[in-house]
Design a protein around this ligand. Structure first.
Ligand code: FAD
Ligand code: NAI
Length: 328
């Protein structure tokens, strides 16, 4: 019987590794603590429709990722988003068009990871707490005390903080992962019955609690009503307000939005807040992947490269490449 490769995490990094390994003829088994795939690229279902609370869009600069995104586009999983972009600086809102191609999942961000997962074997709602070596193979322990295995190799595709604990069998890798700082982001969604009177569809914000905002319906395939906006706070503001109740976060960021638009904004008909504790690495790295090939243990994710969708996907590719190379 073939002993499968375990992959912990069904974000874009874990799924990138999973697809590359499957294509190379290997058997994989995925695990995720959440009830669906996508991680920080997931979308939340709500009464205001599907909301992309994490990654807003992505760019493709590396040729390998450009080719992959073209494949996603051809399959209808991703499309170009061409928002009316603005910049908010020193209290001034001004149009800020550019030539950058930006991509989103269609009809929601999570469509991409969902399609990549396809029929790969996965256990959702399964938080792995320990990765340990049996006589010949690897085993995993989950938070409910269940044992999973045996596995020939393990790829840990979680944010650095969670990876540190799971890398205990490779202390050097664990200490590298422990040194990665990841910053939080408060995200909120606000929905309005009457569309806001502005041509703005996305905005980069400076000197404000806000960092970014986007108009959901300007993205391809989204519902036109209600007029839903996603607002992200800066890392610094999110850190300062980490433990504030969600209602207070919504009120403060709603206020910052009204200030930016210089208008008295209507009360939203729907709102929600989500706290991403490990939203982005505080700085970029160039590891690609952390690997102990002799042990058969690998860690990948955006924190091994740039803290972006592209970096996470490339890191997953690198984990699969290194693993396959070691088997040759
Ligand atoms: P993740 O997506 O975090 O996946 C890790 C997975 O592991 C998760 O599904 C998690 O549930 C699972 N997991 C964790 N611990 C365990 C465990 N112990 N057991 C089992 N499963 C576990 N990038 C861009 O390119 N453009 C953007 O506009 C953009 N905006 C962003 C906005 C926000 C608010 C956030 C949070 C991120 C944004 N990013 C953006 C970054 C982008 O989302 C990430 O770089 C990318 O999605 C990371 O993918 P990943 O697979 O490395 O990690
Ligand atoms: P990109 O090239 O669109 O943006 C990179 C940065 O350039 C922006 O953050 C912004 O500061 C600036 N910029 C780009 N276009 C601009 C314009 N037209 N006007 C004014 N400023 C502009 O995309 P890239 O490089 O793929 O970056 C991904 C985005 O994801 C970034 O905006 C980044 O901040 C965001 N992100 C957010 C995270 C969070 O937790 N909130 C986590 C990871 C990424």
């Amino acid at each position: 019987m073939t002993v499968p490769i375990a992959i912990i995490g069904t974000g874009i990094a874990g799924l990138s590794a999973a697809r590359a390994l499957k294509d190379a003829g290997h058997v994989v088994q995925l695990f995720d603590k959440s009830h669906g795939s996508g991680g920080r690229m997931s979308s939340k279902r709500s009464e205001a429709g599907a909301l992309d609370l994490g990654a807003q869009y992505f760019t493709a600069r590396d040729r390998r990722f450009v080719n992959e995104v073209q494949r996603w586009q051809a399959n209808g999983w991703a499309a170009e988003w061409e928002p009316q972009l603005y910049n908010f600086q020193s209290g001034q809102l001004s149009p800020s068009p550019d030539e950058q191609t930006r991509w989103v999942g269609t009809p929601r961000m999570s469509a991409i990871t969902r399609a990549l997962l396809d029929d790969l074997p996965v256990e959702f709602g399964c938080r792995i707490t320990e990765v340990f070596q049996g006589q010949q193979h690897w085993n995993l322990l989950d938070a409910d005390g269940n044992n999973h295995g045996p596995f020939s190799h393990v790829i840990i595709a979680t944010p650095a903080h969670q990876a540190t604990a799971l890398l205990a069998a490779a202390p050097k890798l664990a200490s590298t992962a422990a040194g990665v700082k990841m910053d939080p982001t408060w995200a909120i969604a606000l929905a309005f019955d009457t569309p806001l009177d502005t041509p703005m569809e996305g905005c980069f914000v400076q000197n404000s609690p806000l960092d970014w905002l986007a108009r959901n319906r300007s993205k391809p395939g989204r519902d036109a009503t209600p007029d839903t906006w996603i607002l992200h706070a800066t890392s610094a503001w999110s850190k300062q307000h980490l433990d504030l109740p969600k209602d207070a976060i919504i009120e403060l960021l709603h206020g910052a939005f009204a200030e930016l638009l210089h208008c008295s904004m209507p009360a939203p008909v729907f709102s929600l807040a989500h706290r991403w504790l490990y939203a982005r690495p505080a700085s970029g790295h160039e590891w690609g992947v952390l690997a102990d090939a002799d042990l058969g243990l690998y860690a990948c994710g955006d924190w091994c490269l740039s803290g972006r969708v592209e970096g996470a996907w490339l890191s997953g590719q690198e984990a699969a490449r290194r693993l396959v190379e070691h088997l040759r």
